[in-house]
Structures are given as structure tokens and as C-alpha cells.
Design a protein around this ligand. Structure first.
Ligand code: SF4
Length: 449
């Protein structure tokens, strides 16, 4: 019997067990007699490096803003230092300790799931070391890049991986089994990430690459129910990029009798009326992260978001009235956005502040495989500049014919920091640990298990 080890690497927030390798483990184990084990080295790194913060997060959290602010500062410095170590050809911190956690398992094959580009640095070092140890390496996931593909022995999706391990017929009965994770993550209650569809059904936004190669598929509700029950947990984070109203209502009907708390990301379209949102709230939905992006009608049209400022305002109020907490994702600096349009968004947030619990602001960055990258002229982009990097795909910058430059947008965001933060009803650092916000909301609802 072969032993296959699925590994998740530093660096990303150690708030939940990784969905990607849990799902892969469930799928492979249901379809092969080989042994499939998992290892979360991202969690291991953070437990070794930040034991005090780990302890702090697992208890009911006090002085949240200060503690988390300190942690975010120190962890960002740690990630940046280690990434530069890898770029300079050195090993990152705790490398030998983490490598030993792999080798002690004596695996025949080690597979890395690369979900965030921030994992590419540690992956680079691991792949180099596994090659020297003659251990077969496999990589997969949405953030793999050409540099990692060169270093790994194989690059597979789950079906290709299954064929590589063992040519057996694919069974359809599998589910992500989160009970395989024995260690505690950095949250007061365990929070389980779940995906209910393969990708976004809307597939329309000009800046988005999430849906580029993935066909839309809705996962079986019975399979999701099994995953929820087997996990034995009460808090669930739907990590779908976006879910349709109809699908969400089906999910709500399934989860309601299980007495859980959950959260998800949505587009604020007018089909989210009060009754729909109330039904969702009554099934345990405590928080929605809304893709508001901008309050400029012109920018929303250019993004092709399929929303408008009036509808967004009504949806936020409906959600608030239904008892749900609202996080507003904002995207400043979309190409051609003017200073006036930027400020309109700030005013909109203030005018709707009563219905918003937390603002999550970011500034536009151009990415490959997006409609805007493929057709830059339509968005006023006159030149795209790509700069080679050691561990990541090239850094992309651009020039525009009109509107704010990226630097000007970053500067304006800084200048309006206080106005934006004054809207928040929860510590802004919860933007980096939204699982903590879900835990706190479940406490406030007074029903946590
Ligand atoms: S940004 Fe969100 S809603 Fe828009 S296409 Fe991407 S995943 Fe879908």
C-alpha cells in the first residue's frame, strides 16, 4: 500500500482547517485503497512561532483590537522576512522542523495544495528539499505558478491525481471529512470552511479570475450535510466565491435543523429581499460579506457587477433588519475611477453606516486571466508592465489614460482611513480573522454550543 501525504504550507491565516486538502483527502480515500494522510504545516508553523497568540485566540477574546493588531504586525514581518530568505536562496524559519514532520511519515508521494500565492515561497524550498530526498512531489491548486511547476515532479487536479495513484473507477459518494483534523486552530470555536459549488455562477466581474477554467457545479446537499454532521462542529464558513439565491435557500433549508451558525459571501442584488434574508437568518446565517465594491453607478457598470447603488443600499438595510451583520467589501481605484467617484463611495458608506458592521477596503490590482487583462483598452489601460520575480509569477503594473493612479488611490484610502473606520462596529482587525467575527456573533446570539 502506498502512503500519500497531502500537505498545506505556510503562510496563511491559521483560522480553519484547509478545505482544499480535506476535500482532496475525502475524494481520494473514497476512490483508492492507498493510504491518504494530511498535514497542515501552516498550522504547525504558527503554533511553534506564535504559541501565546494561539492560546489567546482559543479563549474568549478580550482586548481584541490591541492583541490582534500586535499579532498582525509581527506575523506580517515574519512572512515578509521568510519570503525574502527564500528569494535569496536560504531556507525559511522552522524549515527543518517542518520538513521532519513530512519525512517522519515516510510518504511515497507528497502533494502540496497551493491556494494562496503567499504559500509559493515555502513550497519552493520544500520542493527543492524533497527532490534531494528522492520523494515524489505533486502540486495543485489555484495559486500554482510556472516556477513551482518546474520544481515539482507532477502537477495534477484531483482526477489526474487519482489516476496517477491508482486507476480505479471514480465513486460519486465522498465528502470532506473534517474530523480528520485533531489540532485546534486559532479561533475560540472551531470554524469549518465549506464549499457548496465549484465556482461562481455569475462569472461576470471584469477584475475576477476565480472562474476562469472551472465549470460551474453545485455539490450534492446530502454530501454537505454528511460533512457538517461528521465534523461535529457548529460554525461554518461558506468559502464559495458567490452563491445564487436559490442555492442559498436550499442550503439554508438543509442546515436549519442542524442548529449551526454560518456565514457567506454574496453580491448585493435586489433579489435579496427582507423575507429571503430573514429565512436565511433563521437558518443560522449570522454574517454576510457583500461585494459592494463601489457606490459609483458608472464604475459598477464598468466592472459589470450587475448591481447598482440603490439596490445595494436596500439590500444592506434588508439584511440588517433581518438580524444579519454586514461586511462591505470595497474596491477602490478601479481603472478610470475619479477622485469624486472615490469620495462618493465613502459618503455612501457613511450614509448606510447604520446597516454596515465592518468595512473591508482594498485597492484594485491587475491580475492575469481576467476580462480586464485580456481587453485593457476598454478599461482605459494604456500599458501593462510585467516584472519577473523569483518565486512568483511576474508583478503586474499598468498605466491608465484617465482617473486615479494606483498610488493616488492608496494615498486617498490612507487619507480617509478615519472616516472609513468610524463606520465599523467591530474591530477592523476582524477583517483578517472573519472567523472571529462569526464566533463573536454566535456568542451575541447567545446560542453557542
Ligand atoms: S467577483 Fe465574485 S461575483 Fe464577481 S465574478 Fe468573481 S466570484 Fe463572481
Amino acid at each position: 500500500m502506498k502512503k500519500i501525504l497531502l500537505v498545506y504550507l505556510p503562510f496563511c491565516t491559521p483560522a480553519t482547517p484547509p478545505y482544499s486538502i480535506t476535500a482532496m483527502q475525502g475524494f481520494l480515500q473514497a476512490n483508492t485503497s492507498e493510504r491518504i494522510d494530511v498535514l497542515d504545516l501552516n498550522l504547525e508553523f504558527h503554533m511553534l512561532k506564535f504559541p501565546e497568540f494561539h492560546k489567546y485566540c482559543m479563549n474568549s477574546v478580550k482586548n481584541y483590537s490591541q492583541e490582534t493588531k500586535n499579532y498582525l504586525k509581527i506575523s506580517a514581518q515574519t512572512y515578509s522576512y521568510n519570503n525574502s530568505q527564500v528569494v535569496e536562496g536560504n531556507k525559511p524559519e522552522l524549515f527543518e522542523e517542518l520538513l521532519e514532520k513530512i519525512t517522519v511519515e515516510k510518504p511515497d508521494i507528497v502533494a502540496f495544495s497551493i491556494v494562496y500565492s503567499s504559500q509559493a515561497f515555502y513550497a519552493r524550498s520544500m520542493l527543492q528539499s524533497l527532490k534531494k530526498l528522492n520523494i515524489v512531489s505533486v502540486i495543485g491548486g489555484p495559486a500554482i505558478n510556472s516556477k513551482l511547476i518546474e520544481l515539482a515532479d507532477h502537477t495534477f487536479n484531483e482526477i489526474e491525481f487519482l489516476e496517477f495513484i491508482n486507476k480505479v473507477d471514480k465513486k460519486i459518494t465522498w465528502f470532506p471529512d473534517f474530523s480528520i483534523w485533531k489540532k485546534e486552530y486559532f479561533t475560540p470555536y472551531p470554524v469549518i470552511p465549506l464549499k457548496t459549488t465549484s465556482t461562481c455562477f455569475y462569472r461576470g466581474c471584469a477584475y475576477c479570475s476565480h472562474f476562469s477554467h472551472t465549470p460551474y457545479e453545485e455539490y450534492d446537499l446530502d454530501m454537505l450535510k454528511k460533512a457538517i454532521i461528521k465534523s461535529g462542529k457548529k460554525h461554518f464558513f461558506l468559502i464559495d466565491d458567490m452563491i445564487s439565491r436559490q442555492r442559498l435557500l436550499q442550503f439554508a433549508e438543509m442546515i436549519k435543523p442542524l442548529g449551526c451558525y454560518w456565514t457567506c459571501q454574496l453580491r448585493p442584488t435586489k433579489d435579496y429581499d427582507f423575507n429571503t434574508l430573514k429565512t436565511l437568518y433563521e437558518s443560522g446565517l449570522l454574517m454576510i460579506m457583500w461585494g459592494v465594491e463601489s457606490a459609483s453607478e458608472r464604475i459598477l457598470k464598468l466592472i459589470n457587477k450587475g448591481t447598482n447603488p440603490n439596490d445595494i443600499s436596500v439590500v444592506l438595510k434588508n439584511s440588517y433588519d433581518a438580524g444579519i451583520s454586514n461586511v462591505a467589501y470595497i474596491l477602490f481605484g478601479f481603472p478610470t475611477e475619479t477622485q469624486e467617484e472615490f469620495m462618493d463611495t465613502i459618503s455612501f458608506l457613511e450614509e448606510n453606516g447604520e446597516y454596515i458592521d465592518l468595512v473591508s477596503p482594498s485597492v484594485f490590482g491587475l491580475q492575469r486571466n481576467t476580462p480586464i487583462y485580456k481587453n485593457p483598452k476598454k478599461y482605459g489601460i494604456t500599458n501593462i508592465i510585467e516584472e519577473e520575480r523569483t518565486a512568483l509569477e511576474p508583478k503586474i503594473t499598468y498605466e491608465i489614460s484617465s482617473g486615479l493612479t494606483k498610488l493616488e488611490s492608496v494615498q486617498l484610502k490612507k487619507e480617509n482611513k478615519k472616516r472609513i473606520e468610524a463606520i465599523n462596529k467591530y474591530p477592523k482587525s476582524m477583517n483578517f480573522f472573519r472567523e472571529h467575527m462569526l464566533c463573536r456573533l454566535s456568542d451575541e446570539r447567545g446560542k453557542h454550543s
